[in-house]
Design a protein around this ligand. Structure first.
Ligand code: PLP
Length: 453
């Protein structure tokens, strides 16, 4: 019950917002959210906004869902937290069993953490330790990783090391470990200057050459399956992920699937790897795991990897990693309720017609003179704005074209986020068709208002 103008003042005075140009933020009126209801966010002045990015790609069954709220409250009445260091707790056991049941077959062990970046950090460290094997009295190691250009895997030093977005990652270069980058299938701006229809995924030949040359030293390849999210919803062609799996097996390199953004229904299947029948060696989950209710992440691995940590007595390894809130019971209870709701509401089945509605609705956007590319995979969309459709000339970053579009959308009652010149849509998965149509209408009008008819 604080006066909104006081909150505004204190926000500007005390809070440093992530990924935000603070000097610009201080000039604008902040949007302060107080409540959520289904697909809507409601601010301190009572204004309602459709949540067009699922509160940073996490919300699944909607905000303030009674069953999710109930599950958390019930757990709270038992215990809020107890550690997993050498002891166990009930929700983390039940959730681990459930995760093993619903993820691709072969992933049989669950290691918990609190956010996507740490799920990745853990996978990298596990992959590194996996290869640390005694060989005739000497340790044999593989110390390098492969990721794709444009990759985003989080903001800790390890996850930044395997990141590939120059704007976010280059500044930290002096702090990072070595990672080899293979070309990403950014077909709209093909790094090999080929055409999507005829290229036969030639970028994978470059990946294979990299693997061939470095297979003795590369521990793992990490990839965002099907969609590179933070790079602007770069969607891989069908078959790309399966081929990456084959190449990893051929060159004895572990495959880490970072399903932090694409997991839990985003692509239309529960996990993106399912589309291509791929089982990675390690899989990172976060974001949608609790449906957007509490911070939680998990790194799943195969028995093959887990077994190397058991070994013979003199060879067995401790995985020296853990966080205070690892396996937090409240978060695990929320995740269990979230997964149960998928089953109860048959969300994945009802999602298919919404994905189709989105596809049809987006077709109209090609008429806009500055829409260069539209990329959709399930309920993930990137609309790339360009100065000129013919030449694909991008807008100068200083024009802040994406930011201007999202401010227009906000005026019309929709919260979305730009990634530079790319407008990103990640609607709440439980959104109604009417709400989804409204999202499309607002985005169209907002792009038109900024870039012209
Ligand atoms: N991996 C991917 C693919 C992501 O999209 C993100 C976040 O956007 C992360 C990892 C990092 O997750 P978190 O922000 O929870 O650390």
């Amino acid at each position: 019950n604080y006066d909104p103008s006081l909150l505004e003042q204190w926000d500007k005075q005390y809070v440093w917002h992530p990924f935000t140009q603070m000097q610009q933020y201080l000039r604008e009126k902040p949007l302060i959210i107080e409540r959520g209801e289904g697909s809507y966010l409601i601010d301190v002045e009572g204004n309602r906004y459709l949540d067009g990015v699922s509160s940073l790609w996490v919300t699944v069954h909607g905000h303030c869902h009674p069953e999710l709220n109930r599950a958390i409250k019930e757990q709270l009445d038992s215990i809020a937290h107890s550690t997993l260091l050498g002891i166990a707790n009930v929700p983390s056991i039940l959730l681990a069993k459930k995760l093993v049941e619903i993820t691709p077959p072969g992933l049989n062990k669950v290691f918990y953490s609190d956010n996507g970046a740490t799920a990745v950090e853990i996978a990298l460290k596990m992959a590194f330790q996996y290869w640390q094997q005694k060989d005739g009295g000497r340790y044999r190691r593989k110390t390098k990783f492969i990721s794709l250009v444009n990759a985003y895997h989080g903001d800790t030093i390890g996850s930044v090391s395997v990141g590939g977005i120059p704007l976010f990652h280059n500044i930290f270069k002096p702090l990072l470990f070595e990672c080899l980058h293979a070309p990403a299938p950014y077909c709209y701006r093909c790094p090999l200057s080929l055409e999507r229809e005829s290229c036969k995924m030639a970028c994978l030949n470059q990946l294979e050459r990299l693997m061939e040359e470095h297979c003795e030293e590369v521990a793992a390849l990490i990839i965002e399956p099907l969609v590179q999210g933070a790079a602007g919803m770069i969607t891989a062609p069908d078959g790309f992920l399966r081929r990456v799996r084959e190449l990893c097996s051929k060159y004895n390199i572990l495959l880490i699937a970072d399903e932090v953004a694409v997991g839990f229904g985003r692509t239309g299947r529960l996990f993106a790897c399912e589309h291509e029948d791929v089982t990675p060696d390690l899989m990172c989950l976060a974001k949608g795991i609790t449906g957007g209710y509490l911070p939680l992440a998990a790194t799943l691995v195969t028995d093959e990897i887990y077994r190397t940590f058991l070994g013979e007595p003199e060879e067995c390894k401790t995985f020296y990693h853990g966080h205070t809130y690892t396996g937090n019971p409240l978060a695990c209870a929320a995740a269990l309720a979230n997964i149960e709701l998928f089953e109860k509401t048959d969300l994945l089945a009802s999602l298919q017609s919404k994905i189709e509605l989105l596809r049809r609705g987006l077709n109209k956007f090609w008429d806009l003179p500055h829409v260069g590319d539209i990329r959709q995979r399930g309920m993930m969309v990137g609309i790339e704005l360009v100065v000129d459709k013919e030449t694909k000339e991008p807008y100068d970053i200083k024009e802040q074209i994406g930011h201007r579009v999202i401010l227009e959308a906000r005026k019309r009652g929709l919260i979305i986020r730009p990634l530079d010149n790319i407008i990103v849509l990640m609607p709440v998965l439980s959104i109604s068709k009417e709400e989804l149509n409204r999202v499309l209408e607002i985005v169209y009008e907002s792009i038109e208002a900024v870039t012209g008819k």
